[in-house]
Design a protein around this ligand. Structure first.
Ligand code: PLP
Length: 354
């Protein structure tokens, strides 16, 4: 078995892979790949996926859950279209590639975007603080975990304005207070399930209030939620496997337990990065991500030796994103601590050989 540190699509629990494989061959006498999305057996899967999402994240009354398509990338557009109100101005925090993508799409749907905080000046190696939020904005948007750069908001922005978050790469990794948010969206393929489904957690109060003159049916969260994620054919397999993964998560003690394990895993790797004379972390310590750990070699000329060593140890998915370089260890929920230990051991061995 390989140790998969890939940033996404990512590792899921082995038992979930096994159950998913079984359902491809036999889901109540059909394959999960051929079952009608209107069949009661699949409607029950969708219902359970929604119920388990609410349970895992302790979602209060007054919120709805939907599984749509298009990834977080379409989420950028869906969020902007559905949250547009009378001022047609929105505030965004720019903490990297995905946040910048969200800003671009908000502008495309006709919002005037106020980027009131940004860490672009230091190549997105920190989370900005000390910003002022103008009170006339329709909503504010941020990206809770910056998958590419390896930073993560430890505290969420506070304001009276509606709060929207792209949580693609840290949802289900730690406890959150959903009541603080008006809209959360996340591509499934980091922590939740296979690529295909995109999760939306929506405060019911926001539905049907958009002032956008342009609102295609598919992008209207009100219609999607009224139709219980069945406005058109949903990503059946992705939702099915996400449901299996949520069952697995809850059976393991839920998000609270996973969070404790994620803390242990990330502490193990960061301790080695800080201890080892050959490596350094790529971002500000206080803003380090517990999901995507970015680090650099002090001496880049030794990269080929280190690369050969981790590859030999069965590690895959470790190179950093092309815009950052160095290394990125994505340690999503399902990555076992044993895999983190293998990487730490390789780092120690590399230092010994220096
Ligand atoms: C991966 C990722 C995206 C893009 O997701 P797609 O599902 O590929 O559209 C957006 N935001 C964040 C934070 C991500 O990690």
């Amino acid at each position: 078995m390989k140790h998969n540190f890939g940033a996404g699509p990512c590792i899921l629990p082995q038992e979930v892979f096994k159950e998913a494989a079984e359902a491809v061959l036999d889901f109540n006498g059909l394959s999960i790949l051929e079952v009608s999305h209107r069949h009661k057996d699949f409607v029950a899967v969708m219902d359970e996926a929604i119920i388990l999402t609410k349970k895992a994240l302790n979602i209060p009354n007054g919120y709805s859950v939907a599984f749509l398509q298009g990834g977080a990338t379409l989420g950028f557009t869906i969020a902007a279209l559905n949250m547009m109100r009378s001022s047609k101005r929105a505030g965004y925090i720019n903490t990297g590639t995905w946040a910048s993508g969200a800003i671009k799409e908000a502008k495309k749907v006709g919002l005037d975007v106020d980027v009131f905080a940004s860490s672009e000046d230091r190549n997105f190696t920190y989370i900005p603080t000390n910003y002022k939020i103008s009170p006339d904005l329709d909503y504010i948007h941020f990206t809770s975990n910056n998958t590419i750069y390896g930073t993560q908001f430890q505290d969420y922005p506070k304001s009276e304005l509606p709060l929207v978050c792209d949580m693609s790469s840290d949802i289900f990794s730690k406890e959150i207070n959903v009541a603080d948010f008006d809209l959360i969206y996340a591509g499934a393929q980091k922590n939740l399930g296979p690529a295909g489904a995109t999760l939306y957690i929506v405060k019911d109060e926001i539905l049907g209030k958009s002032t956008s003159p342009f609102m295609p049916t598919y992008l209207d969260l009100k219609q999607q939620i009224d139709k219980e994620s069945m406005l058109n054919t949903p990503p059946v397999f992705s939702v099915y496997v996400a449901m299996l993964n949520l069952r697995n998560l809850i059976a393991q003690g839920g998000v609270k337990n996973i969070e404790a394990r994620n803390n242990t895993k990330s502490a193990l790797l960061y301790a080695e990065i800080d201890r080892n004379s050959q490596f350094k972390g790529a971002v500000e310590r206080a803003d380090r991500s517990k999901m995507n750990i970015t680090f650099l070699l002090n001496d880049e000329t030794r990269a080929s030796m280190f690369d050969a060593m981790w590859k030999d140890a069965g590690i895959v998915g470790l190179p950093g994103h092309r815009s950052v370089g160095g290394y990125r260890a994505s340690i999503y929920n399902a990555l076992p601590i044993e895999s983190v230990q293998v990487l730490v051991d390789v780092m120690k061995e590399f230092e010994r050989k220096s």
